[in-house]
Every structure is written in structure tokens, then in C-alpha cells.
Design a protein around this ligand. Structure first.
Ligand code: TXA
Ligand code: MG
Length: 338
């Protein structure tokens, strides 16, 4: 199969919607990361997504809508609070888990009776869903296990020959996937942190961070979100997350780094001796925007061990910390003074 690159013109989006209506899978831009989209109600189209990604069949897909009414097609029951949150944060990087409607096949929901729904703000994603007239199931457009793609080129790297088309909508603005929440006791539980932060959610309702966000799930344990079981965002390099001041970090790297190792810094001023490095930014927003691309670059450069500075877990930083913690296989070296 030849994978065609499309732009965001109306003509291209009509072409892409034609493919989706015929049961094909298309790479699409969203404001969080790129997705692999198919008709959420078409079980055999959705099966093609799982095949293209090599994704375990029990890991459910997020269903993307282009207006508020479409929620009712995908969900059998919409909590009052969901409308309140949608009014505040949609379109945008918030996925809400609700009981699924009969129209959503179990292939899409990974066998669960619930479905995660989100309304993306990227104009091309929005228009494409409108043109298709059905919600689109779309996981991140990476091969299962590798970092999510934030450009069309990265989607092509992983999906060339596996899907018929990719829409190039520029760099994803946020850079990490949406916040995933479930509803309980009049509030929400954050199953995956993202661009809509806990602080933002707290302005509307009680919001608790699930244990699985910051700690490793034991094998065989029951999890609230199947995604927590899998080692995500894993580059080929071994990532070590170093917690502590720039000074302590420097000392540690000087004592441990050998040939083939890299530093992942916030800023260039933190460079250590002759150890090669990449920077992923000083603010949480910059870090979210850059992290996945930097992890892919480190692999391309053949990094063996990556010593990464540990981000602050405030605001969208919680999402950055969650992703890099998983990239590091939960290996944190804590140099902070007690
Ligand atoms: O920003 C995003 O959410 C991107 C873009 C393309 O929209 N999509 C994305 O999808 O990140 P994916 O499939 O890579 O991640 C979906 C996560 C998984 O961890 C999955 O387990 C969880 O959401 N999830 C989906 N439906 C769920 C459900 N019904 N119950 C619990 N967790 C669910
Ligand atoms: Mg993913």
C-alpha cells in the first residue's frame, strides 16, 4: 500500500473522508498528538487500526466527535457533570469516559462497556469528523509502544505502507495526549494527565489523580484504564530520570556517563562536559510540546543511555512527568536533599 500525504484543504479532507467512509484508516492531526482514525461504529475498520499499530486488543480507543450532539450517539448515558466540563474544555484535550451506546462495537471499546469521548480542537480534525458524519475512533498514530507522533512526518515513519493516507496539519500544539477522566462521587478521577490540568478541572469539580498515573501497575492488577498496563512512550534507549538540582545532575552525569550516552536537558546552559545533549525546554508547556520528538531524535542518534532532567509535576508538567516516567520504565534516581 502506498501512503499518500494530504494537506488540510477542503478537497483533501473530502478525499480523506471518502477513505474513512469506505472503511479505511487515515492519519490525522489533532492539537494533542496525531491519531489513526477510522469510523468508530465500523468494527472491521477499527480492527485495521489495531493491526496497523500492533496494539493489544484489550486497549480501548478514544472516540472523537465534532459537536455536542454526537456524544449521545456514542454514549448511552451522559452525566450532568460531563456537559459542564464539555462546555468549559471542549473542543480541547479532555477525554471523558461514559457508558457506551450499542452503536459502539466492542472492538472500539476494547471489550469494555464504557467509551472515552473527546472533541478535538484542531480545525482539520473537526472538519474531517463533520464530513464523515460519524464519530472517529483514533488512538495515537505511533506503532504500539513507541512515542506518540507530533508531526505528519513521524506518522509516516511508523505507518508508511500500513495506511492509505496521512493529513499533514503541522506540529501538534500541546504535544502530549489528552487528559483522560472517569466520573465518580460527583467528581472526576484523572486516569491520564494531559493538557487539561488537575488545577483546571478543580475549578469545576473535585478531581483526584489515580494511583496508576505516578506508580507502576503490578502485573495482574485490576486497572481503571487499560493503557496503564502497557509500557508506553518507550524509546529504544534506556532513560534514567534524574531528580535534583542542576548542580547535582551535573555531578551525577560526570560520574556515570560513557560513550554513546546522551543528556536530555531543560536548557543548553546545563550541558555537562563533552556529553552530547538535546534540550526539551524550560517551561512545562515547552516540555510537553517537545518531549516525544526529542525521544524519537535520541533513538535516531543511537543513544544508549539517556540522563534526563526530571520535570516539575505542576500543571501540564504532571503529564510530562507521567510520560517521561513511563519512558524511563519508572527508573528515577533521586538526588534531592532530604
Ligand atoms: O490526545 C489523545 O487522546 C490522542 C489523540 C489522537 O486524540 N489519542 C490517544 O489515544 O492518545 P490512545 O489510544 O493512544 O490512548 C487512549 C488511552 C489509553 O490509555 C486507553 O487505555 C484509555 O485512553 N482509554 C480509552 N478508553 C477508555 C475506557 N473506556 N476506559 C478506560 N480507559 C480508556
Ligand atoms: Mg497512545
Amino acid at each position: 500500500m502506498i501512503t499518500e500525504m494530504l494537506d488540510c484543504s477542503e478537497e483533501s479532507l473530502i478525499k480523506a473522508s471518502g477513505l474513512i467512509k469506505r472503511g479505511e484508516v487515515v492519519g490525522i492531526p489533532t492539537e494533542t498528538v496525531y491519531g489513526l482514525a477510522a469510523n468508530a461504529f465500523d468494527a472491521s475498520a477499527v480492527e485495521k487500526i489495531f493491526k496497523a499499530k500492533g496494539r493489544p486488543s484489550d486497549n480501548p480507543l478514544i472516540v472523537h466527535v465534532s459537536d455536542f450532539d454526537m456524544i449521545k450517539e456514542a454514549a448511552s448515558e451522559v452525566p450532568e457533570l460531563a456537559y459542564k466540563l464539555a462546555e468549559r474544555f471542549w473542543p480541547g484535550p479532555l477525554t471523558m469516559i461514559m457508558p457506551k451506546s450499542d452503536k459502539v462495537p466492542y472492538v472500539t471499546s476494547g471489550g469494555l462497556d464504557t467509551v472515552g469521548i473527546r472533541f478535538p480542537s484542531h480545525p482539520a480534525a473537526h472538519r474531517l469528523i463533520e464530513l464523515c458524519g460519524v464519530p472517529l475512533a483514533a488512538p495515537s498514530a505511533n506503532l504500539s509502544g513507541s512515542p506518540s507522533p507530533t508531526t505528519a512526518k513521524r506518522v509516516l515513519d511508523d505507518m508508511n505502507g500500513r495506511i492509505p493516507a496521512i493529513i499533514d496539519g503541522g506540529e501538534s500544539l500541546v504535544g502530549v495526549e489528552s487528559t483522560v477522566i472517569s466520573f465518580e462521587n460527583g467528581g472526576v478521577r484523572i486516569l491520564r494527565p494531559g493538557g487539561v490540568t488537575r488545577e483546571m478541572l478543580l475549578e469545576v469539580c473535585p478531581a483526584e489523580v489515580d494511583r496508576g498515573v505516578l506508580s507502576e501497575v503490578e502485573s495482574g492488577a485490576v486497572v481503571r484504564s487499560p493503557g496503564m498496563k502497557y509500557r508506553h512512550y518507550a524509546p529504544k534507549a534506556s532513560v534514567k530520570l534524574i531528580k535534583g538540582s542542576a548542580e547535582k545532575y551535573r555531578e551525577y552525569v560526570l560520574n556515570h556517563a560513557s560513550s554513546g550516552d546522551f543528556c536530555l536537558l531543560f536548557e543548553e546552559s546545563e550541558a555537562v562536559g563533552g556529553v552530547p545533549y538535546l534540550c526539551y525546554g524550560g517551561s512545562a508547556e515547552e516540555q510537553a510540546h517537545a518531549l516525544f520528538e526529542k525521544l524519537r531524535l535520541l533513538d535516531e542518534m543511537g543513544a544508549k543511555t539517556v540522563y534526563a532532567r526530571c520535570p516539575s509535576a505542576e500543571g501540564v508538567g504532571l503529564a510530562v512527568y507521567n510520560r517521561i516516567l513511563r519512558a524511563a520504565g519508572f527508573c528515577v534516581i533521586d538526588l534531592e536533599e532530604k
